[in-house]
Unconditional design. Structure first.
Length: 132
Protein backbone atom coordinates (compact mmCIF):
# COMPACT_ATOMS: atom_id res chain seq x y z
CA UNK A 1 0.00 0.00 0.00
CA UNK A 2 1.09 3.48 -0.79
CA UNK A 3 1.92 5.95 1.97
CA UNK A 4 -0.57 8.39 0.44
CA UNK A 5 -3.92 7.64 -1.22
CA UNK A 6 -3.71 7.87 -5.00
CA UNK A 7 -7.33 8.89 -5.71
CA UNK A 8 -8.77 11.51 -3.36
CA UNK A 9 -12.17 13.17 -3.60
CA UNK A 10 -12.78 16.38 -1.66
CA UNK A 11 -16.48 17.10 -1.07
CA UNK A 12 -17.14 20.62 0.18
CA UNK A 13 -19.64 23.31 -0.78
CA UNK A 14 -16.96 26.03 -0.40
CA UNK A 15 -15.21 26.46 -3.76
CA UNK A 16 -12.30 28.35 -2.16
CA UNK A 17 -11.66 25.49 0.25
CA UNK A 18 -11.77 22.95 -2.58
CA UNK A 19 -9.19 25.02 -4.47
CA UNK A 20 -7.00 25.31 -1.35
CA UNK A 21 -7.08 21.52 -0.90
CA UNK A 22 -6.24 21.05 -4.59
CA UNK A 23 -3.21 23.35 -4.50
CA UNK A 24 -1.99 21.90 -1.21
CA UNK A 25 -2.20 18.25 -2.23
CA UNK A 26 -1.12 18.56 -5.85
CA UNK A 27 2.03 20.48 -4.86
CA UNK A 28 2.97 17.86 -2.26
CA UNK A 29 1.92 14.69 -4.10
CA UNK A 30 2.71 14.71 -7.80
CA UNK A 31 1.03 11.35 -8.51
CA UNK A 32 -2.26 12.20 -6.82
CA UNK A 33 -5.55 12.21 -8.68
CA UNK A 34 -7.70 14.77 -6.88
CA UNK A 35 -11.30 15.41 -7.79
CA UNK A 36 -13.55 17.89 -6.05
CA UNK A 37 -17.32 17.85 -5.68
CA UNK A 38 -19.46 20.74 -4.47
CA UNK A 39 -22.14 18.57 -2.87
CA UNK A 40 -22.98 15.12 -1.63
CA UNK A 41 -25.47 14.68 -4.46
CA UNK A 42 -22.78 15.43 -7.05
CA UNK A 43 -20.51 12.85 -5.45
CA UNK A 44 -23.23 10.18 -5.38
CA UNK A 45 -23.91 10.79 -9.08
CA UNK A 46 -20.22 10.38 -9.89
CA UNK A 47 -19.02 7.73 -7.42
CA UNK A 48 -18.70 4.89 -9.92
CA UNK A 49 -16.59 7.10 -12.19
CA UNK A 50 -14.45 8.51 -9.35
CA UNK A 51 -13.55 5.32 -7.42
CA UNK A 52 -11.81 7.16 -4.56
CA UNK A 53 -9.23 5.69 -2.22
CA UNK A 54 -10.02 8.45 0.30
CA UNK A 55 -12.82 10.98 0.76
CA UNK A 56 -12.29 14.37 2.39
CA UNK A 57 -15.77 15.33 3.51
CA UNK A 58 -17.20 18.59 4.83
CA UNK A 59 -19.43 18.05 7.86
CA UNK A 60 -21.97 20.76 7.01
CA UNK A 61 -23.24 21.26 3.49
CA UNK A 62 -26.57 22.63 2.23
CA UNK A 63 -27.88 19.50 0.47
CA UNK A 64 -26.87 16.94 3.08
CA UNK A 65 -24.47 16.75 5.99
CA UNK A 66 -21.28 14.72 5.91
CA UNK A 67 -22.71 12.09 8.29
CA UNK A 68 -25.88 11.85 6.17
CA UNK A 69 -23.77 11.27 3.06
CA UNK A 70 -21.73 8.59 4.82
CA UNK A 71 -24.96 6.85 5.83
CA UNK A 72 -26.10 6.78 2.18
CA UNK A 73 -22.71 5.51 1.02
CA UNK A 74 -22.79 2.52 3.39
CA UNK A 75 -25.45 0.96 1.17
CA UNK A 76 -23.65 1.63 -2.11
CA UNK A 77 -21.34 -1.13 -3.40
CA UNK A 78 -19.08 1.41 -5.12
CA UNK A 79 -18.37 3.14 -1.79
CA UNK A 80 -18.13 0.23 0.63
CA UNK A 81 -14.99 0.46 2.70
CA UNK A 82 -13.74 3.77 1.30
CA UNK A 83 -12.15 5.64 4.22
CA UNK A 84 -13.04 9.24 4.86
CA UNK A 85 -11.77 12.21 6.81
CA UNK A 86 -14.20 14.86 8.01
CA UNK A 87 -13.38 18.53 7.38
CA UNK A 88 -15.12 20.80 9.84
CA UNK A 89 -15.08 24.32 11.13
CA UNK A 90 -17.88 23.77 13.62
CA UNK A 91 -16.72 20.83 15.70
CA UNK A 92 -15.05 21.03 19.03
CA UNK A 93 -12.06 18.82 19.63
CA UNK A 94 -14.09 16.71 22.06
CA UNK A 95 -16.31 15.65 19.14
CA UNK A 96 -13.44 13.92 17.33
CA UNK A 97 -14.19 10.59 19.02
CA UNK A 98 -17.85 10.89 18.01
CA UNK A 99 -16.88 11.46 14.36
CA UNK A 100 -14.48 8.53 14.44
CA UNK A 101 -17.33 6.40 15.79
CA UNK A 102 -19.22 7.30 12.60
CA UNK A 103 -16.37 5.67 10.68
CA UNK A 104 -14.02 8.57 9.97
CA UNK A 105 -10.30 7.78 10.07
CA UNK A 106 -9.74 11.35 11.22
CA UNK A 107 -11.02 14.87 11.55
CA UNK A 108 -9.31 17.97 10.15
CA UNK A 109 -10.43 21.20 11.76
CA UNK A 110 -10.87 24.30 9.58
CA UNK A 111 -9.09 26.53 9.14
CA UNK A 112 -6.12 24.25 8.55
CA UNK A 113 -2.55 24.95 7.46
CA UNK A 114 -2.40 24.08 3.73
CA UNK A 115 1.32 23.40 3.99
CA UNK A 116 0.68 20.79 6.69
CA UNK A 117 -2.44 19.26 5.12
CA UNK A 118 -0.59 16.56 3.13
CA UNK A 119 1.31 15.48 6.26
CA UNK A 120 -1.86 15.36 8.35
CA UNK A 121 -3.58 13.21 5.72
CA UNK A 122 -0.49 11.00 5.41
CA UNK A 123 -0.51 10.37 9.18
CA UNK A 124 -4.22 9.53 9.21
CA UNK A 125 -3.79 7.26 6.18
CA UNK A 126 -0.85 5.46 7.82
CA UNK A 127 -2.85 4.95 11.02
CA UNK A 128 -5.63 3.37 8.98
CA UNK A 129 -3.20 1.07 7.15
CA UNK A 130 -1.68 0.02 10.46
CA UNK A 131 -5.13 -1.00 11.69
CA UNK A 132 -5.77 -3.38 8.80
Amino acid sequence: MSEFPERVVCIDDDIDLRQLVRVSLEEAEEDIVLVTCGSGEEFIARIRELQPDLILLDMLMPDMSGPDLMEKLRDMPDATGVPFIFLTGKAKLVMTDHYKALGAIGVIHKPFDPVELPNVIREMWATRLGAE
